[in-house]
Structures are given as C-alpha cells and as structure tokens.
Design a protein around this ligand. Structure first.
Ligand code: 6R9
Length: 596
C-alpha cells in the first residue's frame, strides 16, 4: 500500500541544516567535511575523543554545557558537562596507562546505559585503545565468544552484570587481563571508581593517525562466528556530517537515541555523533515502556529522537490518548533505524505525534547513516530515503542466490533507473569498516568492482528513492537487533538432547521478526512439553535476549547436498510461502512438524 508523500512546508525546509538535497549532494566533499572538525592540536592527527569532548571542553563558552543527561532508575538525574567529561575521561585514559594497556589493545564494555559508559568510551579512545561495546542483555555465551574473538585486554562492567554474565565465564578467558567493575571496591573485579580516583585528571592525547582503529563492533552473518567490524578514528567525519545532514542535529539540541550502546547505533549515534555536534544527549537507564518514554520526551524537552520501528509500533499500539497527555512541542525530528519501517507508522506519527518519522538505513559495516529521509525534504512513507551527500549508492544485478553477480573478471552489473537488486555502496567513505577481525577473506568477499556489497535487497523508484525489499541471507532482525542464526543453532546443539537445529526469523507485528528454532533430537530423547520448556530456558540462560522465543521439534531438517540446513526452506514452509528452487535439496521429505 502506498502512503504517497508527506511534504515539508517551506519554513521547515529553510530551517533544516540541509534544505536543498540536490545542491548539498553536488557541493559535498569529504575533504570539506573533515575541515569542519578541529583535528588534534599541533596537527598530530584526528581522534574521536578530541572531536567529541576535548575541543568543546577547551572552549570557554561550551565547557559548562551539559554533554550527558542521565536518567537513573530511581528518577535521579546525573549531568556531566563537557568539561567534566573531558577530565573524567582523562582519568580513565591515565588509568589504562597504569594498567599497562597499549594503543590498539581492546577495551570492552558490558554496561548498558550508565554515566560511566561515556567516561570509559572516551578515555579508551584518548588512550588510542579500541572500544568494543557489548549488548548488556547478552547471556554469558555471546559475551565469552566476543571477548575471546576480540582478544579483550580489559572489560568494564557493573556488579550485577558481573555476577550474572561475567562470573560464569571468567575462568575461560585467560587473556582478559583486567575486569573493572563500576562503583566502590567490592568482591568482584577491580573498582572502576577507585581506579579513576587514583588517576590524574590531565591527559594529552598522543598522535592519532585517522586510520588507527578506534571502534570494534560485532555483527552476525549467516555462518560462522560473529564478525568483528573494525572502524577507525576517521569515522568521526561521517558521524558528524551525517548527524547534521540526516538528523539535523545542532549544538542546542536535546537529543535522545534509544539504542543500547552495545549495538552500532548506540555507539555511532548514542555516544559519538551528538557530542561531536556539541549537543546534550539524554540517556535512560530503564527498559522500554511507552508511558515513561512519552514522559522522557515531554519532561526532557527532547528535540531530536532517534529510535527504532519496534518502539514506534508499540507507541502506535498504545493508542493516541497517551500522546495527547504529553506535550511534545519541543520535538523537531523523529528518526528511525534498524529494521523496515512500515509507511503506516510514518503516517500515524505525523497525525498523532505531530511529526512524521524519518527512516534511515545503514549497517554495522557502514558505521554511519547511508540512506535517509531528510529533515528538510519530503518523506515517502515506507521508503528508506535517498543516499546522504558523499555516499554513492547503487543496485547490482542479482544471481540465483540473491547476491550480486560478480563476473570472472571481477566486474558487476550496475542497474540504472527503476530497478531491484543488491544494494551496494561506492567504497571509500570515512566510516567504512576497515576489516573483519582476523578474517581478511570474509572482508574481501564484501567488495567487488569498487563497491561494498551490503547483502540487502532494495528497489529504487524512478525518482531515486530506495525501498527495502529484504536480506539476501538468513540473518534475523528482531526488535532492531541483528541475530545470527548460526550462533543460536550452535548454542542449541550444545544441549545434550539436541541433534541439530535450524533457526529462522518469523514475522511479528511488533518486533518485525522473532527468532524461532526447529530442532531434531538425539536418540533416546523424546519431544515433550517439558523438554521444550527446558530448551527455552537453556537458550535463554546462555544467550540472553537474543534467544529464540519458540522451539519446535522436527523429525528431520532439510539440508543442501553440501550438508547445510536450508533455513530458507524452513522459513518458506513455516510461512506457507513458495518453496523456490529446491535443486540443491538433499532430503526433500524432511520436516513435518512433530511438536507435542
Ligand atoms: C544500524 C543497524 C543492519 C541491517 C541492514 C538491514 C537492516 C537497517 C534499516 C534496515 C530496513 C531500514 N536495516 N536499517 N532494514 N529499513 N531503515 O541496524 O546495523 O545491526 O548491522 O543491521 O539492518 O537489513 O542490513 P546492523
């Protein structure tokens, strides 16, 4: 269904940072975008922490402004000014030196939203160590796996997360040298507070090459272990430029990004971008709740809100009355990312919240927003928008596996005009990932003929707007969280009753997709309601929030002749869709549901 176009009145267009899309695209250059940042004093390079914190702290008029406004569980508000954040992150940088952490080593966080997060993040970047944030709702297994793959030198966490998630795996991580726990000295790990108190508040950032690694984000593919996408300090140029162009973000904004800091959105746009711009960011310690979120928007006078389709759909489900109880007049822009945003939500928000939703598209690998509906441009509800200035997007002809066809000479076929194909981006923007940790061949496979291949399928209309069609692989997006089926299957197969598992995403009206597992049992194990309950509890304990919501017993799973579980077929059968090309199927009779 089409929702037409939501036009922007002239005064909105004129007031936006980027009022004229065509002109901005023509005139944009990354060299110029870089010049809007300061660079390290004395021309010694480019460091994210300097751009986000120190350069504002050095400015008498900006030093006292609130950088972080943190809303605690008990209702207390903690504020950190740019000046305080500069000094505290200096202390953490000094503390890392005392601990013997060297540039390039990795500092992981498992923190959720807390004031210490910003101190640790920028202190790490100042010390030129690499920041690797983890999702706090992960169970012990995904955390162990990522700490090991990332060769973590330091982990910073909370007492509760230490007990729940870290303690069970601590002995399995001999290379993890330091576990720092926020708060005063306790039984577990080393006290972060004590360490900060003992460290000096002055720090000079060492020379930082813009190509030095800065951030490490794990993302999931269809097969194999999670992939560690490496980003460099130069990414800050894209964080800054896109925060302005796509989010219309300015120094006087009160900005709220609702993504968990453990996902790329929660770092690029939850920590870095708003502070580079010099805005005040709001962070909330509590879980999602429609009523409270309305209160935060209202009471904090949020002007720019970056959230996810799942949250917006829950706002919509809660009805318009709740919206009427709140004053959202401060809100200038609502933007969304992470999963398909249905046009209905955009139109609903326009009518009920008084502002439409601006969809944006990007990935862990792209590091920053690539495609967007802009503040100063019309919106096509249901469309992801148009490429941001400085980004060349294209569609490539697909082969039978859904991915772009790469000819033997390495060339791809670029589609023109109205088309559908694999979405690709011209390689070379500043926040493009520079590698997958220890997996150069996996990295190389992402590129062809000067293009980065996204693995998403998209359609372009005749005016150049992009529409999301689907993913070319089996990766699941649930409530905006990217979940690799392989990681879930491997965990299920560690249960003694499970012989094999196949994991898919099934549509869900709120979360977009939810994770569903099919399992075959080992000889001696029988399907039962108790066993299903036990399996659900097992995966929940091991994986945390990314665990499947349902488990179904199957007598057999469909395989390709090369032995891989055909998730595509599991999904087609589950949803009653056409089964497609079955030429690679090895055991066509497989899978008749056998659940009690
Ligand atoms: C930032 C982030 C990336 C994948 C991406 C795509 C999906 C993101 C979307 C969207 C439809 C949008 N995705 N934005 N799908 N419309 N506006 O989410 O990164 O976790 O790496 O996920 O998310 O499939 O390829 P990441």
């Amino acid at each position: 269904m089409s929702y037409g176009t939501i036009g922007k009145p002239d005064h909105v267009r004129r007031a936006a940072i980027m009022g004229d899309y065509g002109r901005a695209r023509r005139e944009f250059s990354w060299t110029h975008a870089r010049l809007e940042l300061s660079g390290l004093p004395g021309g010694t390079g480019l460091n994210i922490a300097h751009e986000a914190v120190d350069r504002h702290a050095a400015h008498p008029a900006r030093r006292g402004r609130t950088a972080v406004r943190f809303l605690d569980r008990d209702g207390t508000v903690h504020e950190l000014t740019y000046g305080e954040l500069a000094r505290r992150s200096n202390r953490f940088a000094n503390a890392l030196g005392t601990l013997g952490v060297r540039p390039g080593e990795r500092v992981f966080t498992l923190l959720g939203a807390r004031p210490e997060l910003y101190v640790v993040a920028f202190g790490t970047l100042k010390a030129r160590a690499v920041l690797a944030p983890l999702f706090s709702a992960f169970g012990p297994e995904p955390v162990r796996c990522r700490l090991e793959l990332g060769e973590a030198a330091v982990l910073v966490t909370t007492p509760a997360l230490y007990r729940r998630t870290v303690a069970p795996i601590r002995d399995a991580l001999p290379r993890l040298r330091h576990v720092l726990v926020v708060g005063p000295p306790g039984e577990d790990g080393c006290s972060l507070d004590a360490l900060l108190d003992a460290a000096g508040p002055e720090y000079r950032i060492g020379p930082t090459d813009p190509q030095d690694p800065a951030l490490l984000h794990f993302t999931s593919g269809t097969t194999g272990t999670p992939k560690g996408a490496v980003h460099v300090h130069e990414a800050v140029v894209a964080h800054h430029a896109t925060a302005r162009a796509a989010l219309d973000l300015r120094p006087d904004d009160v900005y709220w990004c609702t993504a968990d800091p453990g996902w790329v959105t929660g770092t690029s746009y939850g920590i870095v971008a708003p502070l580079v711009v010099g805005a005040t960011l709001v962070a909330d310690a509590r879980e999602f709740d429609v009523r409270r979120w309305y209160r935060v928007l209202d009471e904090q006078r949020v002007t720019v809100w970056y959230t996810a389709p799942t949250a917006l759909r829950m706002f919509m489900a809660a009805g318009p009355e709740e919206a009427r109880r709140h004053d959202l007049s401060a809100l200038r822009l609502i933007a969304s990312v992470g999963e398909p945003l249905n046009g209905e939500v955009v139109v609903w928000a326009d009518a009920v919240l008084g502002r439409p939703v601006h969809d944006t598209w990007w990935q862990t690998e792209t590091g920053a927003i690539m495609i967007a509906n802009f503040a100063g441009s019309d919106i096509r509800p249901g469309s992801m928008g148009r490429p941001v200035p400085g980004i060349g997007a294209g569609l490539l002809e697909q082969g039978p596996d859904g991915r772009a066809v790469v000819a033997p000479d390495g060339r791809v076929k670029v589609l023109h005009g109205e088309a559908e194909g694999e979405l690709a981006l011209r390689a070379g923007w500043p926040s493009m990932f520079r590698g997958y940790l220890d997996a150069p061949e996996r990295y190389a496979e992402c590129f062809a003929d000067g293009w980065y291949l996204t693995g998403d399928i998209a359609r372009r209309d005749r005016d150049g707007w992009y529409w999301f069609v689907g993913r070319a692989d089996d990766v699941i997006k649930s409530a905006g969280h990217l979940i690799g089926p392989f990681e879930v299957e491997s965990t299920l197969m560690r249960h003694p009753a499970v012989a094999e598992a196949g994991v898919i995403g099934v549509p869900d009206p709120a979360a977009g997709e939810i994770v569903k597992a099919f399992v075959t049992l080992r000889a001696g194990a029988e399907p039962s309601v108790e066993l299903r309950r036990e399996l659900l509890a097992f995966v929940r304990r091991e994986l945390g929030a990314v665990a499947p919501k349902s488990v179904e017993f199957a007598p057999a799973l469909p395989h390709t002749r090369s032995g891989k579980v055909m998730r595509r077929l599991l999904r087609a059968r589950e949803l009653g869709l056409p089964e497609g090309d079955l030429s690679t199927l090895e055991n066509a009779a497989a899978l008749t549901a056998g659940s009690p």
